[in-house]
Design a protein around this ligand. Sequence first.
Ligand SMILES: Nc1ncnc2c1ncn2[C@@H]1O[C@H](COP(=O)(O)OP(=O)(O)OP(=O)(O)O)[C@@H](O)[C@H]1O
Length: 676
Amino acid sequence: MDILQQEVRGGIALSTLSSDQHAAVYNSTTVPLNRKDSRHLDHHVLNNTGHSNNHNNNNNNGGGHFQSHNDIESHQIRPFQNLPPCEPVDIQFKDVSYCVSMGFRKGQKEILHKVNGKFPGSQLIAIMGPSGAGKSTLLDVLSGYRRTGVEGAVYVNGRIRNLNSFRRMTCYITQQDQLQTLLTVLENMRIAADLKLGPETSKHEKESIIEDILTVLGLYEHQHTITSRLSGGQKKRLSIALELINNPTIMFLDEPTTGLDSYSCNQVVDLLKQLAKQGRTIICTIHQPSAKLFQEFDQVYVLSSGECMYQGCTTNLVPFLQTVDMPCPVYHNPADYVIELACGEHGMDKIQTMVTEMGNGESTDWFSDRSKVLKLEQLRKKYPLKKVIEQSEDLTATSQFHQLEVLIKRGIIKAKRDATLTHLRIGVNICIAAMLGFLFVDAGNEGSRVLDNYNLLFSILMHHMMATMMLTVLTFPTEMGVILKEHFNRWYSLKSYYLSVNLIDLPLSFFCCMLFTCIIYFMSGQPMEWFRFGMFFTISFLIVLIAQSIGLAIGAWFNVVNGTFLGPVLSIPMMMFAGFGVTLRDLPSYLKWGSHISYLRYGLEGYVNAIYGENRATLDCELKPYCHYRYPAKFLSEISMEGDQFWKDVYALTGTLVLVRLLCYFALRWKVIAVR
Ligand SMILES: Nc1ncnc2c1ncn2[C@@H]1O[C@H](COP(=O)(O)OP(=O)(O)OP(=O)(O)O)[C@@H](O)[C@H]1O
């Protein structure tokens, strides 16, 4: 046993043994490691999945890892009582290639080269390979996340994959934990359950499912913890927990162990193993697993530069390497060795030998039980065609209205939690309004300060535009990853999401805008007539909504850096054509079109009309003996904004708002399609 302990510390590969002996040694090698783990026996994950007992069993009888699992399960409470076991689904793929365009006139790059493979149901499968080998790409292609540039066929239970039906039984867990960090674990789970489980599931059933999943995943004690405060391993488990809610049969995980310490890695992989044993097909990419982690997988698929170097069970890897005359050195982790081979460290010819031997994934010689690897026609017989039930194109489980309701609920919780941002928005509006108010105190009624007041109106316009647009440009891109993940995993439709985004911010935007308007309007001594105040506020609020939509469109399409550059840059032409520096009359004829598309022009014109239009009476002239603009009509004429244009401006701004909101929705849709 001491020798074995030493061996495992070095991460061994007993390459000289037969596969059976090898398996036995591997199983025994778990003993000392698990002894170390047993210090954590009180940990809920292990307790709940029965793994701790399983490990003890290993210690006691030295028996096989998998056998002890079964022993335990027979007299333990079955985990996931509220998630029924799944009927296994077999995935096969043939001649799958994937090309990306390298840009205009730069041709295409082939990332996957006609790879083949068989991923039977109820198995935990690792896609391994060096960095850039194409692991994530293969996962994306198999999950249906990537569609453009894909060639070849993917079969599900022997039949060509129908993407819509396939997506109904799968989930994809991305490498970065795309979570709502402001919500607690329980809130996240409840939102997911409300969105992913149809109306036929009662509240009580949802709560039972949530409790069950949280218990098994060791998150029950952390249910009231804010997600941002969870550890890396806990976040990863929460990502898995959220997707487990609707009991997917096939789970795709992109590097679920990256960034985790070995203990957390073991927990995650143990959990995946447990899920696979319940009939799920678990396919995950993994970089370079330790010897212990490696043996947890049922099957491994090794890629090198987009070609399959090995496919089969983990215990057969060492014998396979011997067969192709590349024996794994003693005391070497086979996972490390195969990656070295895949990187070309031992010669590029070796890669080709392995790819040829494997038929680029066609061979099933190294599966643990070849008799269980069925051909496509056998699979079709085993899983006869079910009566096709008419299913709508909509992949979500709940109605759009329900999704909207839940998303608004989530948005409100987030807005309440993110009090700093809410307070900052209110504070900024108060401060800027007060500063401008002091600067232009009583400028609204004084005939000698009409130009000052005009400057103030333009400054207010700038404030509403920049503050709102930049806030959205800076905050929205951080949401994109979560949206892409949740939308792909069928939590909600884009329409519902977009509608919720539009509605959630409305009350706060209204409040901030009203606060700002009240302060500036009264401090700067604008005319005390309710209808003028109403007109002034209407223009302000429309500008806020338009700027927010532009921010959303930029945020949906560009990252924070590009968006921060683009937002102000795109605003400059809008300002140029607003009629502020150069009056609308003096604009060169070939640039007149600009004033028609500038929403700032309508905003400024609307403000000026609200303050100086509608037959405004003669202004006071107390500060100077002569007031050039004592008669408002004269001022309106000089800046070429005469004639009461207010309603025309309101219509133009409303039209712009509708157009930009629609454009923003299509930008979001386009983005979702483009990343695939
Ligand atoms: N859109 C793209 N344009 C150009 N090259 C791409 C594109 N997408 C992927 N690639 C290239 O395809 C190869 C495979 O990428 P992929 O992300 O699948 O690798 P990986 O094996 O998952 O790597 P890692 O383990 O580092 O994440 C890489 O060389 C990558 O640069």
